[in-house]
Design a protein around this ligand. Structure first.
Ligand SMILES: CC(C)(COP(=O)(O)OP(=O)(O)OC[C@H]1O[C@@H](n2cnc3c(N)ncnc32)[C@H](O)[C@@H]1OP(=O)(O)O)[C@@H](O)C(=O)NCCC(=O)NCCS
Length: 184
């Protein structure tokens, strides 16, 4: 497997859109729910200022995809997307692709990665309930009820540093996580 910059390439771009459409189909999100939206995400990710990286095997199959954008100049990049093809999950590809993303951030002079991981279908103890007036208390006692990816990120060195209660409607919070790549 190699991890490369995504570029305009009909066959690879088509697969990127396909794994995006499929990857979030069971997360309860309304985002990326049509092929058109996913194709637009592919095209937008190819902008010069973004990171768009794909993991590809010897058969030119796209196995994973990351997108990132600088959100605090010279310091912090948002990991806007990480998706692994469904039939190759749980083989360490997510971890490797995320590591590659972090290396890309460092190469561009960044030192912090931020990401928001939504819970739109009660996959954590933060879903489906009122988090006010003490969201941080709920955050401190978070439980994973249904394979929510926050634990994947924790295993990759990320810390939960915030939450937006009801970010996607009542009981559908966005869990914020960050990783300090370098002290700067
Ligand atoms: C989340 C995702 C990127 C993980 O990729 P992956 O290739 O399956 O993960 P890896 O095999 O690299 O796993 C690394 C570690 O995290 C753990 N892990 C992976 N997914 C996990 C989950 N959902 N919950 C808890 N732990 C998880 C693995 O067990 C492994 O642990 P180990 O090192 O102790 O063996 C992948 O499942 C995916 O694309 N999901 C759909 C899209 C998505 O949710 N993206 C993230 C949105 S914020």
């Amino acid at each position: 497997m190699k991890i490369i910059d995504a570029t305009e390439d009909e066959k690879l771009n088509q697969q990127m859109a396909e794994i995006l459409l499929d990857g979030f189909s069971d997360t309860g999100t309304q985002a990326w729910s049509t092929m058109e939206e996913c194709e637009k995400e592919v095209a937008d990710s190819l902008e010069e200022k973004k990171i768009s990286r794909i993991a590809v095997n010897d058969e030119d199959e796209v196995l994973a995809w990351t997108i990132g954008e600088e959100i605090y100049t010279n310091y912090t990049w948002e990991l806007a997307l990480l998706v692994v093809r469904r039939n190759v999950k749980a083989k360490g590809i997510g971890r490797k692709t995320l590591k590659d993303f972090e290396e890309q951030v460092l190469k561009r002079g960044g030192s912090v990665v931020f990401l928001g991981s939504d819970d739109e279908n009660n996959r954590t103890s933060l879903g489906g309930i009122e988090l006010y007036p003490n969201p941080l208390e709920h955050l401190a006692n978070i439980n994973n009820l249904g394979d929510h990816p926050y634990e994947f990120y924790q295993k990759c060195g990320y810390t939960i540093t915030g939450v937006i209660p009801h970010a996607n409607g009542f009981g559908k919070p966005d869990i914020w996580m960050t990783k300090q790549l370098l002290k700067k």
